[in-house]
Design a protein around this ligand. Structure first.
Ligand code: NAP
Length: 243
């Protein structure tokens, strides 16, 4: 049974949006590989939750911004599981601050973890997808990658970069039957946004609520598994914030 199942790899799948995507893809019958930098003991409850969907779930601990660690771990995943059908480049951080006070380290850390990581992971995964002549990649961008945001020059640039990467790869890999799309979430209820005051946002959001992890996960599942003729798109999932 399990050889016939699709295998989905979600970077930063240990909590928040990434875990939501892992659960949605597990409910659709995919075996799941999640990644993060935390220790296995901390991630075990997430693995158990995914396995409760009736699929296999595995955790690979590595820093997505370390190109050597990425190559080593993706090769190990392919060796141990044979393939990756779906890749969700989701791992990401913020390190906000006004541009004039932003240090080069603050810039580089966010660009490396949010954007260069997608280059490293996709680069290692895509050669196997090309051999298989099929695959689907979803990059986790953000609405601020489209609009920009004061205090988030590093984060917005990284998320805009992911959109450029998505469109370029869609053009380059389409002939190999590999689709590449991006999701641009608005304000979603996770650890990343816990310090924001939601009441200030609600005036700006036509649907009058923050997004939930499931709102993003359902869109990722659609793009990854159902959207056979969609590639190079950036789908905003923001309750109408960007209208
Ligand atoms: P979160 O709850 O903070 O989760 C981030 C995930 O990324 C965790 O699993 C974390 O695992 C992992 N991660 C962080 N640095 C990593 C690294 N160097 N290597 C590997 N994994 C790493 O954040 P979230 O809100 O779910 O966000 C997920 C994605 O959605 C991010 O790309 C974020 O930019 C994007 N997004 C979020 C929102 C929002 O409103 N929440 C809006 C737009 C876009 P460890 O801690 O174990 O490393």
């Amino acid at each position: 049974m399990s050889e016939e199942r699709k295998i989905a790899c979600i970077t930063g799948g240990s909590r928040g949006i990434g875990l939501g995507c892992a659960l949605e893809l597990a409910k659709a019958g995919c075996d799941i590989i999640i990644n993060g930098t935390s220790e296995l003991a901390k991630v075990q409850p997430a693995l158990d939750e995914i396995k409760a969907c009736g699929v296999n779930a595995y955790f690979y601990r590595f820093d997505v911004s370390n190109s050597e660690a990425v190559e080593e771990n993706i090769n190990k995943i392919i060796e141990e599981h044979g393939k990756i059908d779906i890749l969700v480049n989701n791992a990401g951080i913020t390190s906000d601050g006004l541009f004039v006070r932003m240090s080069p380290e603050q810039w580089e850390k966010v660009i490396n973890i949010n954007l260069s990581s997608a280059f490293y992971v996709t680069h290692s995964v895509v050669k196997h997808m090309m051999k298989a002549r099929r695959g689907s990649i979803v990059n986790m961008s953000s609405v601020v990658g489209i609009s920009g945001n004061a205090g988030q020059a590093n984060y917005s640039a990284s998320k805009a970069g992911l959109i450029g990467l998505t469109k370029s790869l869609a053009k380059e890999l389409g002939s190999r039957n590999i689709r590449v799309n991006a999701v641009a979430p608005g304000f979603i209820n996770t650890k990343m946004t816990e310090s924001l005051d939601p009441t200030k946002m609600l005036d700006l959001i036509p649907l009058k609520r923050l997004g939930e992890v499931e709102d993003i996960a359902k869109t990722v599942k659609f793009l990854a598994m159902d959207a056979d003729y969609i590639t190079g798109q950036v789908v905003k999932v923001d309750g109408g914030l960007m209208i």
